[in-house]
Design a protein around this ligand. Structure first.
Ligand code: IMP
Ligand code: MG
Length: 179
């Protein structure tokens, strides 16, 4: 295990099972529809790639990059779009795929932004949810796991651009982000 990790919260097998469960629900709700999955870079890439393949329905893939965190572990509260989607989402079922829902600042803003582009619907699919830290009223349509107020990394999630490559999700030792 990486020495900066206090403990593994979800192993790669557990994550795989969670992805299968979410994919099954999405398949039930969206079969026969025009679906666009929007990946919020960079944290969601692992989850996104696993999820769209497990859903297995014809769909379009698109990507957004937003920043709200800077390099620290505390949200700045501001959201700016660094990379926008490139396909036409009007009349389509949009599913935003996020790694973790924390204060809700990011998804509250992005959901509103995409809703202005006349899609049939906009839903939120998040691998993790930390409801204890919510500041904006965001409720995800699909949630992998609800977690306590811990800072986690791995499987795409980073601290200061590190640890994204880890195949599991672990709790980062507090001394790493408080130093
Ligand atoms: P929100 O706008 O506060 O909901 O923040 C969402 C974003 O904050 C996520 O996409 C992550 O990039 C980042 N984030 C929040 N909590 C964590 C965490 O525990 N580990 C890594 N990134 C996190
Ligand atoms: Mg992120």
């Amino acid at each position: 295990m990486n020495p900066d990790i206090e403990k593994i919260l979800y192993s790669d097998e557990q994550i795989d099972r969670i992805c299968c469960e979410i994919a099954e629900k999405i398949r039930k709700d969206h079969t026969g529809k025009d679906i666009v999955f929007v990946c919020l870079l960079k944290g969601s890439i692992m989850f996104y790639a696993d999820l769209v393949r497990k859903v297995g329905l014809p769909c379009q893939l698109d990507f957004m990059a937003v920043s709200s965190y800077g390099s620290g572990a505390v949200s700045s509260g501001r959201v700016n779009i660094k990379k926008d989607i490139s396909c036409d989402i009007s009349g389509k079922d949009v599913i935003i795929v996020e790694d973790i829902l924390d204060t809700g600042n990011t998804l509250n803003y992005i959901k509103g932004y995409l809703e202005e582009k006349s899609p049939a619907s906009v839903q939120i699919c998040t691998l993790f949810d930390k409801p204890a830290r919510r500041k904006k009223p965001v409720s995800p349509d699909y949630t992998g796991a609800v977690i306590d107020d811990l800072f986690i990394v791995g499987y795409g999630l980073d601290y200061d651009e590190k640890y994204r490559y880890l195949p599991y999700v672990g709790v980062l030792k507090p001394e790493i982000y408080s130093s």
